[in-house]
Design a protein. Structure first.
Length: 256
């Protein structure tokens, strides 16, 4: 089976691109150009949970034209993934169904309150902003329900991590019928999303996702997916995020 794209990967693109819009800068940039650069963040190979690896580092260059002036924001997304073997339904599957993203966006320091809309936002507010700005939001599972929230340490700061249940369109993630893979129709994706942390001039946040089903209704599938363990592994990675990190250092730890 071929995995076409990850739900979480789409979320990361939406956060870095859609939420880094510069429209709020228009009242403050008077002339010339403005460029804001972030430093990458990641969970190092030595701190990754069992089976996880670093699979990608992407730089997002977001450009806006505000009153004929160029505004550029450079953000980073590091993707960590775990390959999962699913032998529950009629169709076996092996692929990166569990992901964790480390994202960093620059503070837009222009002498006023920070202009990026994710700054000082709760996880739910970040998702709401993403849903409004990202045109493919509903397609990739942002029809969400908040489950609960918890506190985690990210870069030495205590932040809220929200847990959300997404209802993705699996046809855009994997090629086969999800019921043939998971043994249930339309399994959920659980998303863990943190608030941003202000660190060394950047906004840093983590996001993790894994497949899940209702434990009471599909207890056997829940156990076969090892959902409890997957959630524990994702939760532990928030506390292992490092920032700032040299781009080359991350690239040297990337595995296919």
């Amino acid at each position: 089976m071929v995995q076409r794209r990850t739900v979480l990967g789409a979320a990361g693109v939406g956060i870095t691109g859609g939420l880094a819009g510069c429209s709020e800068l228009s009242d403050f940039i008077m002339d010339g150009e403005a460029e804001f650069d972030a430093n990458p963040a990641y969970v190092p190979k030595s701190s990754l949970s069992n089976g996880f690896r670093i699979v990608d580092l992407e730089k997002y260059e977001i450009e806006e034209d505000v009153f004929d002036r160029d505004i550029r924001i450079n953000a980073w997304m590091t993707e960590h993934a775990k390959k999962v073997e699913v032998e529950i339904g009629e169709e076996p599957f092996e692929g990166d169904l569990v992901q964790f993203l480390s994202l960093s966006l620059p503070e837009a320091d222009i002498g006023v309150d920070d202009a990026l809309p994710i700054a000082d936002s709760s996880p739910e507010e970040i998702l709401n902003e993403l849903e409004e700005r990202y045109e493919d939001a509903s397609k990739y599972g942002y029809d969400y329900e908040k489950v609960d929230e918890d506190k985690k340490e990210v870069l030495g700061q205590t932040v809220t991590v929200g847990r959300f249940r997404l209802d993705p369109d699996w046809d855009d993630v994997i090629d086969e019928d999800p019921e043939e893979v998971f043994g249930v129709e339309d399994p959920d994706v659980i998303l863990l999303l943190s608030e941003t942390v202000n660190n060394e001039g950047d906004h840093v946040l983590g996001a993790g996702a894994y497949p899940s089903v209702d434990e009471e209704e599909h207890g056997e599938v829940y156990e076969d997916l090892n959902v409890t363990n997957l959630e524990s592994e994702i939760e532990s990675m928030f506390e292992e995020i490092e920032h700032p990190v040299n781009q080359e250092e991350i690239e040297n730890e990337i595995e296919e």
